[in-house]
Every structure is written in structure tokens, then in C-alpha cells.
Design a protein around this ligand. Structure first.
Ligand code: ADP
Length: 183
């Protein structure tokens, strides 16, 4: 499924983010930037050691990546040229600023992409795996952040959500329809 918003095409697909040929893919990293399980592990495995080397340099310079912020490295051996590492919030019940931090993770990733003149980007479902964010709520925040960004920026021209299950794909598509209809 796709829709056009201003000059941005927004797509929803089921798939593996490590196989996306967008200019950048986004990693649901942790604050240490030293790798982990889930999508983070898959990206480092597929992309090879150069990604971790650059993550370690960033860590030495700024001490990791705070929740809600984003940093950029090479894509190493991935089809994508860059990986944008962002850190979503751990779900603690919803009253610990989780929604604002999740929105920031998406928004700051898009801002970093734009600053680096990246014209296509793929996102996984940040925070909804090991970090336990309920997927319906996370999807509503993710699509709202993208909608808001695309409304005021012409780049990136392609934003793709890559969901790992059919179930998540349906949830994100429904969240998008809902967000667009009330925008
Ligand atoms: P977090 O720690 O932010 O919750 P996870 O990696 O545990 O991140 O999970 C985030 C989402 O990424 C989950 O929906 C998980 O199923 C999905 N995922 C795991 N591997 C991949 C992959 N290769 N491509 C796309 N999504 C993936």
C-alpha cells in the first residue's frame, strides 16, 4: 500500500529491513550503540563490522545515543548506503513520556536523513519488540510523526515502513488511514 503526501510517498510493506534498497534504513538501536537482538542484531549481522566500528566512534565522542535521538553510520555491506540508529523508549505503562520519546525517535531520524540529503528511508516498528510498546499505540505515533514531518518537508521523497509480520502490517496500514483521514 502507498499514499502520496505533498512530495513524499509513504509505503507499507511486510519484509526484512536489511534487504531494503532505500538510501537509508533505520535501526531500533539501544543507547549503548553496541548492538543487540531483534532488528539491531539483524542489521549488524547483514551489514558487517564497519557499522559497529562507526557506532563505537560515535560512542567514544558522545557516549552513546539518548532515547529519542538518532545518529548515522555507513550501511556497510547492506544495500542501503546509511544506517540511522535511533533509540525508542522502553514501555513502562505509558505514563513515562513514552509517546513523546517514540515520536522524537521517528522525527529525529527523518531530520537526520534530510540533513544528509537522503531521499529514501525505511523504518522498522521501533520499540514494539523487546521494548514492549503496544503495537497499535506505537503505530499511531509512528504514522503521525511521519505525517507531520512530510507535511512540512519535501525530503525524503520516499518513507517506507517495513513490518516483520502481516499482523503488524495491517495495524500500521490502519493507523495510517486513520491518521490521514483526521489530518
Ligand atoms: P525494540 O528493542 O525497539 O523493541 P526489536 O528489534 O526488539 O526493537 O523489535 C522491533 C520490531 O522489529 C519488532 O516488530 C520485530 O519483529 C521487528 N524486526 C525484527 N527483525 C526485523 C527485520 N530484519 N526487519 C524488520 N523488522 C524486524
Amino acid at each position: 500500500m502507498h499514499s502520496l503526501l505533498n512530495q513524499t510517498r509513504v509505503e507499507f510493506v511486510r519484509g526484512d529491513i536489511t534487504r531494503q534498497a532505500t538510501e537509508a534504513i533505520v535501526n531500533a538501536a539501544n543507547s549503548s550503540l553496541l548492538g543487540g537482538g531483534g532488528v539491531d542484531g539483524a542489521i549488524h549481522r547483514a551489514g558487517g563490522p564497519r557499522i559497529l566500528e562507526e557506532c563505537k566512534k560515535i560512542r567514544a565522542q558522545q557516549g552513546g545515543c539518548p532515547t529519542g535521538e538518532a545518529v548515522i553510520t555507513t550501511g556497510g555491506n547492506l544495500p542501503a548506503r546509511y544506517v540511522i540508529h535511533t533509540v525508542g523508549p522502553v514501555w513502562h505503562g505509558g505514563s513515562h513520556n513514552e509517546s513523546m520519546l517514540l515520536r522524537s525517535a521517528y522525527y529525529n531520524s527523518l531530520r537526520l536523513a534530510q540533513e544528509n540529503d537522503i531521499n529514501s528511508i525505511a523504518f522498522p516498528s521501533i520499540s514494539t519488540g523487546a521494548y514492549g510498546y503496544p503495537v497499535k499505540q506505537a503505530a499511531a505515533i509512528a504514522v503521525a510523526a511521519v505525517l507531520e514531518f512530510a507535511d512540512s518537508h519535501s525530503q525524503p521523497g520516499l518513507i517506507r515502513f517495513v513490518l516483520f509480520s502481516d499482523q503488524d502490517l495491517v495495524v500500521y496500514q490502519a493507523a495510517w488511514e486513520e491518521a490521514v483521514s483526521s489530518f
